[in-house]
Structure formats: structure tokens, C-alpha cells
Design a protein around this ligand. Sequence first.
Ligand code: URA
Length: 208
Amino acid sequence: MSFQVVDHPLIKHKVGLLRRIDTSISHFRQLMQEITIMLTYEATRDLLLKPREIMTWMGPVEAQRISGKKISVVPILRAGLGMLDGVLTLIPSARVNVVGLYRDEKTLYPVIYYKKFNKDIQIRDALIIDPMLATGHSMAKVCEMLTDEGCKNIKSLCIVAAPEGVAYMNENYPDVMIFAAALDDRLNEEGYIIPGLGDAGDRIFGTK
Ligand code: URA
């Protein structure tokens, strides 16, 4: 299964704080950023390195550098923006490729309303970010968009995942590795993750 709950006491502690109803907007944003930094650390373990000679105080030394094109981070609007600073803290030169989706009220499937991708996105590793992996339909739609552009290496980060979303992604995009901070119980009838965080976008942007 291409799914990993990143198991770390600091992540568990911070997810507990995120879940609290009395966590302020600023603290919520900060926690989301901190958790994303830890997820990014785990998701980038397999980045390739190449040796390069550098000059140091005691003469030339061989150092390691990340090789290949810069990663493209793909935040799904709007809640994905809450994780962006976390990724950019560790990978400041990552390219940012934004996708906006809304849910069609009849079909309940995601529809694209905004997309801005790098011209050479197909030669970059893509890292999709969306805090709540609920049905998995939005994540799968973005995987479809990236695959259509020719992207071969796609990973995703989320804060809380529902089993339904993990199953949908595994069925449709089994090669896309998902890194999550928590795997929750289920979805309710309105598509919210239980226990989850509530509406992540509202909590990040203070719109409630
Ligand atoms: N989106 C949210 O913001 N929360 C959920 O629980 C599910 C989807």
C-alpha cells in the first residue's frame, strides 16, 4: 500500500493540538506548518544526491548536493496553501504549481477552475499538498492532471487521511505515495473526516 502515517511523537502531539476546538487561527497555521516540515522531511528521504567539490577553510572537500530539477509543490486550493510554507521551509527553491478545484453539486466530482503549471513540470518530481484526504477525489484529479502533463514521480502530503480516501487513491493511483500525519476513522455523510479537524480551510483562513 502506498500510504504511510509518519510516526513521530512530535507529530502526534501537534495533531492533538490541531484537533482542539480552542486552538487559535495563528496557532493552527503554525502547527500545520510544523507538521508539514516533518512530513516533507520524510517524503524527501529518497532524493538523489551528487558529489561536488567545494572550497572550505582547510582546502577542497567533497560535499553532497541534491541532483536533478527542483521539486514542484502542488497545493490544492484553498486548504493546501496552509501547508505551502512548511514545504518551502525545507525546499525554498521548489516551484509552486497551484490547482483550484470545486465540487460539482450534481456529480459530487471535482471540477478544475484554476491551474497554473510550470512548462517543464513533466521533468520535475511533484509533491501534492492538501491537509484533508477525505474521499480522495480531489487528490486523484490532481494526479490525473499531473500524469496528463507527463509527470512520472508524484507524492502527496496530507495532515489527516480517511480510510476511504486512502483506498480510492490506492485503487486509482497505486504508485503515488501518500504521507500523512494521522489516519482517522471514517467520513461522515457530509464528507467530513471523523474525528478530523473540521473544515481545514475555514480554520486556516478564519472564515468561520
Ligand atoms: N475537508 C475538510 O476541510 N475537512 C474534512 O474533514 C474533509 C474535507
